[in-house]
Structures are given as structure tokens and as C-alpha cells.
Write a protein that binds this ligand. Structure first.
Ligand code: GLA
Length: 342
């Protein structure tokens, strides 16, 4: 079941909508609960950027959990705080008992918690941890997210190794960190990567930050283009960022300045939003990515909430997931193993 959301033009989203409606009408193939028995479980799943493959995969795996356990999933999303709050009312009106959310704005955390409480809905946060009024994480709200600092550090180590392998002259090499510090998990990733690159010998004054105004490819393209204009002397760029799209925007900016593919290296995070890039016949400067577990973030969160609603089993307050390095060499195999590609 999918609540109305703006601008779902992509085929995969249309397909998701049809599937959801089929689930609603058909109750996922289950007959209605007999009178007197517990009401059928319904779970909402709100994501902040429904156009991103990462979030579409979270939904896909949550759908799988719904099929396996026989609950109804109500999917909706928008990069808009008002819509996130309105979705909570819509979940309650649709008869849901709880919802998973990746909020468009982590500062909305207390408002979302209050609304969920008022509507009697259980709540599990995924990807982006809520912040309280003091700017600190709301640690009493159940959360599943990545080990952001550690994954960022891995990206830094891999970029340093790649610099050495390609024989880049350190004197002509610099780091471009495509940042989005408004989001704690994003900041931890780029802070982790840049700390390791500095530890690997890149001087602090050659580690440049390209802050994105919007966390997407256009936002990164703009930020990195500005950096390249300011730093015309660099021959080799090592690009890290908050996720695949942040790094892809940086790679597109380098191409716009005629950097040869082998002259620079970018490593992303997500591993789901760079598949088309890795499939390109000719390699680009996008070397690889840390593939996160969309299955844990989609299936496991929905399942934990289901068990909480149905059996009263409260999920752990804080669950962290890890990633796997993928490159052009191994991505097909790893994506297959993880159930992302056939
Ligand atoms: C954030 C990012 C997403 C993805 C998730 C993973 O929400 O915006 O692209 O990396 O974290 O938890």
C-alpha cells in the first residue's frame, strides 16, 4: 500500500505503487482476520529521498518482510518535513500500528516522536538518527544505521591505497571531500575518510571540502565545480563523500574539467546508487563503493517493528550495520549474493 506522494514518475516507483495497491486490496494474499482475533499488522515506511535507489531497495526488502510475515506495508516518502509529519496522521488513519522512518530533517525528531506517541504508533528510525533540541542524538528512540565513522575511515584507507597503487605524485594530489555536515551520519563518514587520508600522509592543507547545498548529484556537481575553479593546480583528486551520489557529482565535475578517468579516484558509500556507473563499458574515475546492507535497513527494520507490534519484542535501541567494498571487478557477484541483482 502506498500513500500519495509527489512526482513518482519512475517506472520502479510506479511498479512499487501497483504492488502496494495489490497488497492493500489483496491483504498480501491473507484472508481477513476472523472476528475477535488481533487486528492485522500494518506498518508504515517513510523515506526522505524516494527517488534514490538506496531507499527504493529499503522498500523492496521491507516488502519482502511483509510477504514473509504476512503484514501490510504502507510506503510513502518525500524530502519535506511537513510531509513526513502528515504521513504519521495518514499511517494512523490507515490503521497502522507503527512505522519505520528515515526523516528528511533529523531536527524534526522530537516532533515526530510526539506525533507518534499521540497517535499510539510504535516508531523505529532508520539511516538518519533523530536529534534533540540540544543537537544531540535522541538515544531513547530505536535506531538502525550504519557504522558511519568506521565506514568513512575504510573509504579513506582505500583511497590512500589506490593513490599509491596508481603511483600518484603526492605533491600533485589532493583530497576532495564532498560534505553535508547538516546530517550527523554524513559528517561522520567524511570526517572518518579525511582523518585517514591525513594519517596516510596527505597534508591538511591539501584536504579540501566541497559542501553540498543539497545532498544529491546536482548539489555535489555544483560544490565540486566551485572547488576545482579555486584549486586549478591539482593533477590528481581523491574523492570521498557522504554517499554514492556525492562522489558521482564530484566525478562529473572532474569530467567537466577534462580530467582523464585514470587521473583521479572516487570511492562512494551505499553501493546501490552507482550500479549504472560501474556497468559503464569504459571505466570512469568512480573506482568503487562501500555497499551497505539495504536488506538490514529495509527487511530487518520492518521485521523488528512487526515483532514489537505483534509479540511485544522491543528491538535494540541502537543497531549498526557494516559494508562491503565493491569495484568493477566484483560488484556483479556481490550484488547477486546480497539479493540486489539477479
Ligand atoms: C543516509 C544517506 C543515504 C544512505 C543512508 C544509509 O540516509 O542519505 O544515502 O547512505 O544514510 O544509512
Amino acid at each position: 500500500m502506498m500513500l500519495p506522494t509527489p512526482c513518482f514518475r519512475r517506472p520502479v516507483l510506479r511498479a512499487a505503487l501497483l504492488l502496494s495497491l495489490a497488497g492493500l486490496l489483496g491483504g498480501c494474499g491473507k484472508s481477513p482476520a476472523p472476528a475477535g482475533s488481533a487486528p492485522a499488522v500494518k506498518i508504515g515506511f517513510f523515506v526522505k529521498q524516494p527517488e534514490e535507489p538506496w531507499f527504493q531497495l529499503e522498500w523492496k526488502f521491507a516488502e519482502q518482510a511483509a510477504r514473509d510475515h504476512g503484514f501490510t506495508l504502507i510506503k510513502t516518502g518525500a524530502n519535506d518535513g511537513e510531509k513526513a509529519l502528515a504521513a504519521i496522521d495518514a499511517f494512523a488513519a490507515a490503521g497502522a500500528q507503527g512505522f519505520v522512518i528515515c526523516t528528511p530533517d533529523t531536527k524534526l525528531g522530537p516532533a515526530i516522536v510526539n506525533k507518534a506517541k499521540a497517535a499510539g504508533l510504535k516508531l523505529l528510525t532508520v539511516d538518519d538518527q533523530f536529534l534533540g533540541a540540544d543537537g544531540q542524538p535522541l538515544k531513547n528512540v530505536h535506531y538502525l544505521g550504519i557504522s558511519a565513522r568506521k565506514i568513512g575511515e575504510t573509504v579513506g584507507d582505500l583511497l590512500a591505497a589506490e593513490m599509491k597503487r596508481r603511483g600518484f605524485n603526492p605533491a600533485d594530489t589532493a583530497v576532495c571531500a564532498v560534505t553535508f555536515d547538516e546530517l550527523a551520519t554524513a559528517k561522520e563518514r567524511t570526517d572518518g575518510a579525511t582523518a585517514r587520508l591525513q594519517a596516510a600522509g596527505i597534508p591538511a592543507d591539501r584536504i579540501f571540502r566541497a559542501p553540498m547545498r543539497t545532498p544529491d548529484i546536482p548539489g555535489s556537481l555544483e560544490a565540486v565545480s566551485t572547488l576545482l575553479t579555486r584549486q586549478p593546480g591539482i593533477k590528481h583528486w581523491l574523492v570521498c563523500g557522504t554517499n554514492d551520489n556525492a562522489v558521482l557529482g564530484g566525478i562529473r565535475a572532474l569530467e567537466g574539467r577534462n580530467f582523464a578517468p585514470e587521473s583521479s579516484v572516487g570511492i562512494g558509500i551505499n553501493g546501490t546508487d552507482c550500479i549504472v556507473e560501474l556497468e559503464k563499458a569504459k571505466p570512469t574515475s568512480f573506482h568503487g563503493s562501500i555497499l551497505l546492507s539495504a536488506k538490514d535497513h529495509g527487511y530487518k527494520t520492518a521485521e523488528m517493528l512487526y515483532r514489537w507490534i505483534k509479540d511485544g519484542v522491543e528491538p535494540p535501541l541502537d543497531t549498526r550495520t557494516v559494508g562491503t567494498f565493491i569495484t568493477r571487478e566484483n560488484f556483479r557477484q556481490v550484488l547477486k549474493e546480497q539479493g540486489i541483482r539477479e
